[in-house]
Write a protein that binds this ligand. Structure first.
Ligand SMILES: NC(=O)c1ccc[n+]([C@@H]2O[C@H](COP(=O)([O-])OP(=O)(O)OC[C@H]3O[C@@H](n4cnc5c(N)ncnc54)[C@H](O)[C@@H]3O)[C@@H](O)[C@H]2O)c1
Length: 371
């Protein structure tokens, strides 16, 4: 994500990357040189004391987020943090409170909301075109942790938190489901599964998606305590029902995030791997595939498409949309239109409920966000 974030920063008008912090001096210096960033350091506090730096962008493994974000806020920096915001609800609550007290901008990268067609689904729902939302369903499926020889820090609860598939990718689904429908998950019943009770951990460190070339003599057999797969049945209030899965062991699925929303008047379905296409379903007339074109998008959704129809807008562009709004908000006083720490906390609350439900094998209530 470091590279993805740097590229996004360089595409945004109102920000300049002043320094890069990393734990490996050589790698950090190489990255800084490649992106013409003037400073590279392995001393995080040095950056926090630098008065010329306004904001900190955190894209380290999950367990680092809390302390890095907390220290940055305490040093008076605005903070944009990767998801999941923290590894516990208590930590996320502390960050939300600290950000509110210090009146600093705080963003969390639930960036997948900002595909133009996801905004289109939201705009259609807001315009009443879908009617009452009856059913929300979908999946986020990947295959990169299918084999027991696949390893990443996400496998280790100490680095990633107690949940893996649900925290890493399921959180994107729930953020999107709540953002698009405007409804809140109110109760759920979850079933988590760890297919590989042990995995072959490489003796050296590996970065995400970079482990495919390792050979077997380099591994240590390591117990695994995070889930490969999760299935969740959920309610959004009294009437709306939903079901989703998150999987990192689904052969052939790369970033298969799909969401289907069935309303009393019409339905919409969208798949991240074909981001410019939105399926719109009707009972009494023909279904259609609406291809992204800024001039045809509804209302506010237009503001999330920068390219003409026929030119794809993909994953990288979702970061651009978040970063543009986050960094502009540092000097602007108008409304904030990006996911904030409160949204990160919301996902931690849902995750906590998922873990509790699966452990107890029963339905649990999901606390509502505080007003
Ligand atoms: N929003 C999204 O779509 C999205 C996608 C992928 C990852 N993420 C999130 O981004 C974060 C990073 O994931 P990734 O896939 O880039 O991981 P990664 O393993 O590819 O990269 C992590 C980087 O952090 C560095 N690092 C680790 N510990 C450190 C420490 N203590 N201090 C400084 N640097 C440290 C590593 O050297 C590495 O360069 C995670 O929180 C993940 O959930 C978000």
């Amino acid at each position: 994500m470091g590279r993805v974030h740097l590229e996004a920063v360089q595409r945004v008008e109102s920000v300049e990357a002043a320094a890069i912090f990393g734990r490996n001096d050589d790698a950090t210096a190489r990255l800084a040189a490649a992106f013409s960033v003037p400073q590279a350091t392995s001393d995080y506090r040095k950056l926090l004391h630098d008065q010329t730096i306004d904001a900190v962008d955190i894209c380290t493994p999950n367990a680092q987020h809390f302390s890095m974000a907390k220290e940055a806020l305490q040093a008076g920096k605005h903070v944009l943090c990767e998801k999941p915001l923290t590894t516990t609800v208590a930590e996320a609550e502390e960050l939300v409170a600290l950000a509110a007290r210090s009146k600093l901008r705080n963003g969390v990268c639930h960036n997948l909301r900002y595909y133009p067609q996801v905004q289109q689904m939201r705009a259609l729902r807001e315009a009443g075109e879908l009617g009452e939302i009856l059913v929300v369903q979908g999946t986020y499926s990947q295959d990169w942790l299918l084999y027991d020889t696949d390893w990443n820090w996400r496998v280790d609860a100490k680095a990633a938190g107690a949940s893996r598939a649900m925290a890493d990718i399921g959180s994107h689904f729930f953020d999107m489901a709540e953002h698009v429908t405007g409804l809140r998950v109110s109760s759920l019943c979850a079933d988590l599964q760890t297919f590989h009770k042990t995995r072959k951990q490489p003796k050296g460190s590996v970065e995400t998606f970079a482990n495919k070339m390792m050979s077997p003599e380099d591994y240590v057999e390591t117990p695994v305590d995070t889930e490969d797969f999760g299935a969740v049945v959920f309610r959004m209030g009294d009437r709306t029902r939903g079901a989703m899965t998150a999987s990192q062991v689904s052969a052939g699925r790369k970033n298969g995030l799909s969401i289907e929303i069935y309303g009393s008047k019409a339905s919409v379905a969208w798949n991240q791997e074909r981001p410019d296409e939105l399926w719109v379903g009707h009972r009494d007339t023909g279904n259609s595939i609406f291809v992204k074109d800024p001039s045809l998008l509804t209302g506010k959704a237009r503001g999330y498409a920068d390219l003409p129809g026929g030119h794809s807008e993909g994953y990288d562009d979702t970061f651009k949309q978040v970063f543009r709004r986050f960094y502009a908000s540092i000097s602007a006083t108008d409304s904030i239109e990006y996911p904030q720490f409160a949204d990160g906390l919301r996902q931690m609350v849902i995750l906590d409920s998922v873990l509790a439900s699966s452990a107890a094998r029963k339905w649990v209530e999901v606390p509502s966000p505080k007003k």
